[in-house]
Write a protein that binds this ligand. Structure first.
Ligand code: PLP
Length: 379
């Protein structure tokens, strides 16, 4: 049986063969613990970790001292938000957006239960927020703003530079969940005034189970660790380092950096071809700001067709409705709902996300398959 065409790169990416190759020795011959200071095995591992830190820092325009390894973006977001809130005396107030991933929203709900005031901004119909909204939400005790770089469902890019500048001006710490943006678009944490940034290996061709939090080394606050133990990662994240995963993440960042321009042009072309064909179908519409998006995503509402039924019939393409991370729930996507979509349109929406191994043949076959399926519902 032919496997479906994979158009769900925002859910997860395959590990790039070059990444896998770079990782392999760190499972077998070079298996040392990066914290072993007394022998070659440990020194080699520590050196590999240091190279990975440089590779990641370079992709972010960051200092390598700021890279803290985690198990992924969920942990990085938890660490970012909780470590700031625990380090700042009450009263305190944080600002976030209704379209964030649950790995931010649910942490905010938890923090609220611990006495932190939380403002959740509602985006406009394009999925964007404005500086005026931040200004209106600001209070004397606002200490943290958490706004994602790119939305996982729509690919919409938030006005990160303007938000960073606003945060700097008001001495508010700025965290951005950049899980979907890292490796897809250029970024420079210093120029953007980002203090904390979350990323995840499995969204950029490294394996699952590895990620990082960038922490601006010039941040004046002493963050509170969430895992206590051996004091690894500048005391912020104890636990023996996942050396193969870290090596893989470093290599994935180096590859992403070298391909960034070319890959973004290629994927924009393929995505636009797919999008134009799907938007030519009856009752379809694009979700999210057309011109402020990642190059690899389109999220389309199929009007009068039930999304779950459509997904069931689209066995030839692997795509997702709403966020794959919350696919256990059958509620309409909280992202699309926050953008003002009615339930029926939110339910009928499908995310197509392309990646490094998507070919133009894949796109042509996907167009044929989706078109035929949609017509089978409307006949
Ligand atoms: C924007 C965003 N943040 C966080 C996460 C969670 O990442 P991880 O799987 O590394 O915990 C995801 C995963 O889909 C995501 O898209």
């Amino acid at each position: 049986m032919q496997r479906p065409i994979y158009l769900d790169y925002n859910a997860t990416t395959p590990t790039d063969p070059q990444v896998l190759e770079a990782m392999l020795p760190w499972f077998t011959t070079q298996f040392g613990n990066a914290a072993s200071r007394t022998h070659l095995y440990g020194w080699e591992a520590a050196e590999a970790v240091s190279l990975a830190r440089q590779q990641i820092a370079q992709l972010l325009g960051a200092s390598e001292k700021g890279i803290i390894f985690t198990s992924g973006a969920t942990e990085a977001n938890n660490l970012a938000l909780k470590s700031v809130c625990e380090a700042i005396p009450s009263p305190k107030h944080i600002i976030t957006v209704a379209t964030e991933h649950k790995a931010v929203l649910d942490v905010c709900t938890y923090l609220q239960s611990q006495g932190v005031a939380v403002s959740v901004l509602q985006p406009d119909a394009q999925g964007l927020i404005s500086i005026e909204q931040l200004e209106a939400a600001r209070r004397p005790d606002t200490c943290l703003v958490s706004v994602m770089f790119a939305n996982n469902e729509t690919g919409v890019l938030m006005p990160i530079e303007a938000i960073g500048t606003w945060c700097k001006q008001h001495q508010v710490i700025f965290h951005s969940d950049a899980t979907q943006a890292v490796g897809k678009i250029p970024m420079d944490v210093q120029a953007l005034h980002i203090d904390l940034l979350s990323l995840s290996g499995h969204k950029l061709y490294a394996p699952k189970g590895i990620g990082a939090l960038y922490v601006n080394p010039r941040l004046k606050l002493k963050l509170e660790a969430q895992l206590h133990g051996g004091g690894h990662e500048r005391g912020l994240r104890s636990g023996t380092l996942n050396v193969p995963g870290i090596v893989g993440l470093g290599k994935a960042c180096a590859i992403a950096q070298s391909l960034l321009h070319e890959e973004s042009i290629r994927l924009t072309g393929l995505r636009n071809r797919l999008e134009a064909s799907l938007l030519a179908l009856p009752h379809t519409l694009l979700n999210g700001a057309k011109d402020k998006r990642l190059p690899n995503v389109c999220n389309i509402a199929f009007g009068k067709i039930d999304g779950e039924m459509l997904l069931d019939s689209l066995y030839g393409v692997a795509v997702s409705s709403g966020s794959a991370c919350t696919s256990a729930s059958v509620l309409p996507s909280h992202v699309l709902k926050a953008m003002g979509l009615p339930d029926d349109l939110a339910y009928s929406s499908i995310r197509f996300s392309l990646g490094r191994f998507t070919t133009s043949d894949d796109i042509e076959r996907a167009i044929d398959h989706v078109t035929a399926t949609v017509f089978s519902f409307t006949q």
